[in-house]
Ligand binder design. Structure first.
Ligand SMILES: Nc1ncnc2c1ncn2[C@@H]1O[C@H](COP(=O)(O)OP(=O)(O)OP(=O)(O)O)[C@@H](O)[C@H]1O
Ligand SMILES: [Mg+2]
Ligand SMILES: [Zn+2]
Length: 373
């Protein structure tokens, strides 16, 4: 059997399973319960947070045969996922649901076809649904053509735009649609889902490794699931944090912590040795410095306002947070200057042919200040 990518296999089949987008789910479910879907939607927000998934859910709800027959079931506000219509949408074979890729040829032919196709009634469903993905790529002509359609859509049509760049959607279009902003999702939701997938698939993985995957994904379910997938293909061995570090070039909390400890003590020689090691091992130095700055910033915030602990709890493992709290007790004014110097170095590194040098210079310069302060 061919391997089915995790992110496809675990795409939510109901609004109930769409995590971290509670407000959106609540409204869309309500519309579904009352059977009053809108004729146009815009789903915007960061990658891998549920936009395409939600568009397909709307399509299924609109054309679900069980919903049409069973008034009691309709009140659930979900698709049945087992009727002919639901199944054919999952397989991408439903003739009344068209997925249009705004990125291909920037939508020129696609929107022309849409204008043509939208004139004829659905072949064997209630609604004809057009999902326009990557809508921000559409040309001006494509937008204009779409606008004409949105001004007077036939009663059987539903148009759903999905985009990561809402600001590129013309106001004339967006004012004619219901708009939903998808959020980056909290890491605990990502970790919970990865744990469930691992359990179902019999994947062995350490908590530290899951933690690093969630950090790396930065709020995107898809990125987290793709990375887990990539790790699984390495074999049956238990997945440990070192493998994730190598795969994504991002260093785990514990190592960043050791480095920051050296910085805070003003130990330049250990810090430089550390940089040499990670550079030799091929890690991305910009990513590393970003994580170091983030680590120091959290210490600074905790020193200034210990109550921020409550917020950081949602962003990291409990053991990691404890380490930060301990370090915040040793944080001094000179460390603020150090953070500033590191931020400058980060900017320089991104344009430098030799990213290691601005980092090393910043360490030496910054730690001079720590000693004096
Ligand atoms: N809110 C969510 N809850 C649970 N899983 C999710 C959620 N959002 C995304 N996923 C997972 O990520 C995969 C990709 O999601 P989706 O295609 O909906 O992302 P998207 O927002 O359209 O991203 P892009 O902008 O990159 O197209 C899904 O198949 C699913 O496994
Ligand atoms: Mg998408
Ligand atoms: Zn159905």
């Amino acid at each position: 059997m061919p391997h089915l990518a995790i992110y496809r296999k675990y795409r939510p089949a109901t609004f109930e399973d769409l995590l971290g987008q509670e407000t959106i789910v609540k409204i869309l479910k309500e519309e579904a319960k009352e059977d009053r879907l809108s004729h146009a939607y815009i789903f915007s927000g960061p990658r891998g947070t549920g936009k395409t998934t939600s568009a397909r859910l709307i399509a299924k709800i609109a054309d679900c045969e069980k919903r049409e027959k069973d008034a009691e079931f309709r009140k659930k506000g979900e698709p049945c996922n087992s009727c002919r219509s639901c199944l054919s949408i999952d397989e991408g074979k439903n003739l009344d649901v068209m997925e249009i890729d705004g990125a291909s040829n920037r939508g020129v032919d696609e929107i022309r076809n849409l204008k043509e196709s939208i004139r004829t009634a659905p072949s064997n469903s209630r609604f004809k649904i057009y999902i326009i993905d990557e809508a921000h790529m559409l040309t001006k002509d494509a937008w204009n053509a779409l606008l004409k359609t949105l001004e007077e859509p036939p009663a059987y049509a539903i148009i759903i735009l999905a985009t990561t760049e809402m600001e590129k959607v013309p106001a004339t279009i967006s004012s004619r649609a219901q708009k939903f902003y998808f959020k980056l999702v909290p890491r605990d939701k990502i970790i919970d889902k990865l744990k469930k997938i691992s359990k179902t698939e019999g994947i062995k993985i350490s908590d530290e490794a899951l933690d690093l995957i969630a950090d790396y994904a930065e709020g995107s379910f898809r990125d987290s699931e793709s990375l887990l997938d990539q790790m699984v293909s390495l074999g049956d061995k238990k997945i440990e944090v070192e493998e994730i570090e190598k795969a994504v070039g991002k260093i785990s909390f514990d190592k960043i912590d050791v480095f920051v400890e050296a910085l805070m003590k003003g130990d330049a020689s250990s810090a430089l040795k550390f940089v040499a090691e990670i550079s030799d091992n091929g890690f991305n130095l910009s990513q590393f410095l970003r994580d170091v700055i983030q680590h120091l910033r959290r210490i600074l915030v905790l020193r200034t306002n210990p109550k921020m602990e409550e917020i950081f709890k949602k962003e990291m493992m409990a053991e990691h947070l404890e380490k930060l709290i301990a370090q915040s007790k040793n944080f001094k004014q000179a460390h603020v200057t150090l953070i500033k110097i590191l931020i400058n170095a980060y900017g320089e590194m991104r344009y430098s042919q030799f990213p290691r040098i601005p980092l090393e210079v910043a360490i030496v310069e910054g730690l001079e200040k720590v000693k004096v302060g």
